[in-house]
Ligand binder design. Structure first.
Ligand code: A2P
Length: 341
C-alpha cells in the first residue's frame, strides 16, 4: 500500500540519501513532502525526475502523513515528532533524542526486527557506529556469547552532517595549497589530522553533569555501550569504546576486539560471518586489500575483513569492519524499518 511520506531534514546529508534510497528501492509512495528549515523553504530537489519544493517544517506539516523520516537533529525531533504522532503518523527518527526512551524501540532490522511491533508512534534509528558494529557482532554474540568487546572507531565527516563534509573538502584544498582555513563546523583541524570524537565529554565536573556518558567518556562512546545493550536486549554486554574522527568523507571503520564466552576458532567465525545478514567478507590477503572507506562508500552492506586470533589472550579475536555511515549507518537502516512497518 502506498504511503504519504514526509522527510524532516530533506536537504541534509541523511535526508538526501533517504531520497535516493526511496527511489532505488521503489518504496511505495503516494505523496512525498520535503521539510527543512526556513532557510531552505522554496528550494527544489529532484525526486524520480520531478522537482519537489522544500517546505518549512511547522507543527502543521503532518496532516494526512503516514510516515515521517526525521533527520534534522535531536532538538527538532524532540519538538516535532510528538506533533507528527498526534497527526497519526509513525516517525522513524534518526536522531539520538528518543533512543534510550523505554517506550521507543531502537531497531536494527537484522538484529531486533520484532521490536518494531512495540512502537507507540516513534521508532528510533540507532547511532551509526553502533549499527555498523551490530551487524557482525550480533550473529557472533548468538553463536559464541560475548565476554567483552573492545572497539576503536575511525569515523567519517558525514556523521557531523553535510556542512562538515563540505568543510573537510574545502580544508583539504586550502591546506594542500598552504593557505589558511577558517573552520565553522568542525572544531579542530580536520584535513591531514584526526581527533578523539568531539561529542560532549564528561570530565566529572558539575558543569558536565548533563552529559549522557560516564566520567572519562564522550557521548558517542557511551551510545555504543548503551544502545548495543538495548538493541541486543542484554544489559550484561560489556563494550569498551574509543571513538575517533578521521578525515574520511562518508564511511566509518571500526577495529573490534572480541572475547567470546564459548570456545571458538577463526574458521567458525568465518562461517558465522559468511551467513550474517547485511555483512560481506571482503579480503584479498595476496594484495593486502581489506575493506576501506573508498570501497564501501555508497554501498549497502557492512564489510568485514582481517578476521584473526588475538594472540595475547585466550578465545579472543579481531575483526576490521567498514560501513557507509550515511547509508546503513543512517538512511538505509531507517528505510528498512519503514519497509518492515
Ligand atoms: P537546512 O538545510 O534548511 O538547514 P545535516 O545533518 O546534513 O547537517 O542536515 C541537517 C538537516 O536538518 C538539514 O536538512 C537542515 O535544513 C535541517 N534543519 C536544521 N535546522 C532545522 C530547523 N530548525 N527546522 C527544520 N529543519 C532543520
Amino acid at each position: 500500500m502506498s504511503r504519504n511520506i514526509a522527510i524532516i531534514g530533506a536537504t541534509g546529508a541523511v535526508g538526501q540519501e533517504l531520497l535516493s534510497i526511496l527511489e532505488q528501492r521503489q518504496f511505495p509512495i503516494k505523496s512525498l513532502k520535503l521539510l527543512a528549515s526556513k532557510r531552505s523553504a522554496g528550494k527544489t530537489i529532484k525526486f524520480k525526475g520531478k522537482d519537489l519544493t522544500v517546505e518549512e517544517l511547522t507543527h502543521d506539516s503532518f496532516k494526512g502523513i503516514d510516515l515521517v523520516l526525521s533527520s534534522a537533529g535531536g532538538s527538532i525531533s524532540r519538538d516535532y515528532a510528538p506533533s507528527a504522532v498526534k497527526a497519526g503518523a509513525v516517525v522513524v527518527d534518526n536522531t539520538s533524542h528518543f533512543r534510550m526512551d523505554p517506550n521507543v524501540p531502537l531497531v536494527v532490522p537484522e538484529v531486533n526486527p520484532l521490536d518494531i511491533k512495540k512502537h507507540k508512534g516513534i521508532i528510533a534509528n540507532p547511532n551509526c557506529t553502533t549499527i555498523i558494529m551490530s551487524l557482525p557482532l550480533f550473529p557472533l554474540y548468538n553463536a559464541f556469547g560475548l565476554e567483552r568487546v573492545s572497539v576503536c572507531t575511525y569515523q567519517a565527516a558525514s556523521g557531523a552532517g553535510a556542512l562538515a563534509m563540505d568543510e573537510l573538502k574545502s580544508e583539504c584544498v586550502a591546506l594542500g595549497q598552504n593557505q589558511t582555513f577558517e573552520r565553522t563546523v568542525i572544531p579542530f583541524q580536520y584535513a591531514y589530522n584526526l581527533f578523539p570524537h568531539n561529542a560532549p565529554y564528561n570530565d566529572g565536573s558539575e558543569a558536565k553533569a548533563k552529559v549522557k556518558a560516564p566520567k572519562g567518556y564522550c557521548e558517542e562512546e557511551w551510545k555504543m555501550v548503551a544502545e548495543t545493550r538495548k538493541i541486543f536486549g542484554d544489559e550484561s554486554i560489556r563494550v569498551a569504546p574509543t571513538c575517533v574522527r578521521v578525515p574520511v568523507l562518508r564511511a566509518h571503520s571500526e577495529a573490534i576486539n572480541i572475547q567470546f564466552k564459548k570456545k571458538t576458532s577463526v574458521e567458525e567465525i568465518y562461517a558465522v560471518l559468511a551467513k550474517a545478514p547485511g555483512v560481506v567478507i571482503l579480503e584479498d590477503p595476496a594484495n593486502n586489500h581489506w575493506p576501506m572507506p573508498v570501497d564501501v562508500s555508497g554501498k549497502d552492506p557492512v564489510f568485514v575483513g582481517r578476521i584473526r586470533q588475538d594472540l595475547s589472550q585466550e578465545n579472543t579475536f579481531d575483526i576490521w569492519v567498514v560501513g557507509d555511515q550515511i547509508r546503513k549507518g543512517a538512511a538505509l537502516n531507517a528505510i528498512q524499518i519503514a519497509e518492515m512497518l
